[in-house]
Design a binder for this molecule. Structure first.
Ligand SMILES: NC(=O)c1ccc[n+]([C@@H]2O[C@H](COP(=O)([O-])OP(=O)(O)OC[C@H]3O[C@@H](n4cnc5c(N)ncnc54)[C@H](OP(=O)(O)O)[C@@H]3O)[C@@H](O)[C@H]2O)c1
Length: 327
């Protein structure tokens, strides 16, 4: 699979990576054997970038990745984790001593001396404007605890503030056919600055697969049941912040736009991969079949102009007013 460079760190990632929130928690049950099979399927399909976090299953996702990679020394996978959401979400917690403790735990979970890439996990907005925070992250690099750092953001404004910091290697942001605002300013600014873009929630939590109906029931412990209105964390992380009922209708229209030979999910991934400035897209997968189908999107030809225009029109008509004022 093609790889792209995080220009500030010189690291590389496959254009389609793998999100591993599913291998921790919050998506109904995915048992240990299935979790390993998802990693295996992704790696065998050419994926060289795994995104995880210390909070996914409270470390289970990181540990599953470590176990898998320990059995496959032939693989070269860039592992990006995140830190900061195991404590109260206040700026005072974003200090060097805490960073060291959080990093120690991730290094143990991942079985490495140095983490490839660590991302602040959607911190409170004032954190992005704090020189001390970024000095502390630079200290982690100097101490060889991490090779590089980035941020995972909720809003375009946070992304732009982070991109202006000289040593931020990556910005992770929601980008998909139902979340287009980052195309306007964030992607051009990242390209200009050499900051890598990690596109998350690319399938709008599965909505863009076009498989759900208004009657679909998700498990009780799946955030698509319990976080539709932002009850547990930012509403934008669930169905990309789109109201479920109208989202299902818009997703049916989206699915009808998929060109022959592309599933709707692959159409969404392909749309993301071909946006200038995107480094990698990280669909989550709950089965090896999904991981393989998602990786295969990397090899599909670019979407034709008419499809792109129809996706734009759908977004303008059905989605934009729901999401642009918030994220
Ligand atoms: N704050 C943050 O930093 C943050 C927040 C959210 C996510 N993330 C990262 O981003 C990754 C991706 O986002 P996400 O997992 O939330 O959402 P996503 O990738 O948009 O959606 C994942 C869901 O889509 C469905 N799906 C996946 N592949 C499919 C395929 N080929 N065909 C049909 N359906 C498919 C599956 O759901 P079903 O099987 O149930 O249909 C899967 O659980 C996460 O895993 C995580 O690593 C980070």
């Amino acid at each position: 699979m093609d790889e792209r460079e995080f220009r500030r760190s010189g690291q590389h990632a496959s254009v389609v990576g793998l999100g591993t929130w599913q291998l921790g928690a919050d998506w109904g049950d995915v048992d240990a054997k299935d979790a390993e099979a998802v990693l295996e399927a992704a790696a065998e399909s050419g994926v060289t970038f795994f995104d995880t976090a210390d909070v996914y299953g409270d470390g289970r996702s990181e540990q599953t990745i470590a176990t898998f990679l320990s059995t496959r020394p032939d693989l070269h996978v860039l592992v990006a984790t995140k830190m900061g959401r195991r404590v109260e979400q206040i700026p005072e917690n974003y200090v060097l001593d805490n960073f060291r403790a959080w990093n120690d735990r991730s290094r143990r979970n991942l079985g490495v001396d140095r983490v490839d890439l660590v991302q602040l996990h959607c911190p409170p907005t004032p954190v992005y404007s704090s020189d001390e925070v970024f000095d502390a992250l630079d200290a982690l690099v100097a101490e060889e605890r991490i090779a590089a750092y980035g941020v995972s953001v909720e809003t375009c404004a946070q992304a732009l503030t982070a991109i202006a910091r000289p040593n931020v290697a990556s910005v992770q942001i929601i980008l998909n056919p139902f979340r287009m605002k980052p195309l306007r300013e964030v992607l051009p600014a990242a390209r200009e600055a050499g900051v890598g873009i990690i596109a998350r929630v690319p399938l709008a939590s599965g909505l863009l697969s076009g498989r759900y109906t208004k009657d679909t029931v998700f498990a009780a412990d799946d955030h698509r049941t319990f976080n539709r209105h932002g009850e547990a964390f930012d509403q934008g992380e669930t169905f990309s912040g789109v109201d479920y009922a109208s989202g299902v209708e818009a997703a049916a229209e989206f699915a009808a736009l998929a060109p022959e030979g592309y599933t709707p999910a692959q159409t969404a991934l392909r749309w993301i991969v071909q946006q200038p400035g995107v480094t990698t897209v990280i669909p989550g997968a709950r089965s090896p079949e999904q991981a393989r189908a998602n990786a295969a999107a990397a090899k599909l030809p670019p979407l034709p102009k008419e499809t792109l225009a129809a996706i734009d029109e759908l977004y303008e008509r059905r989605i934009k007013d729901q999401v642009e004022h918030r994220w």
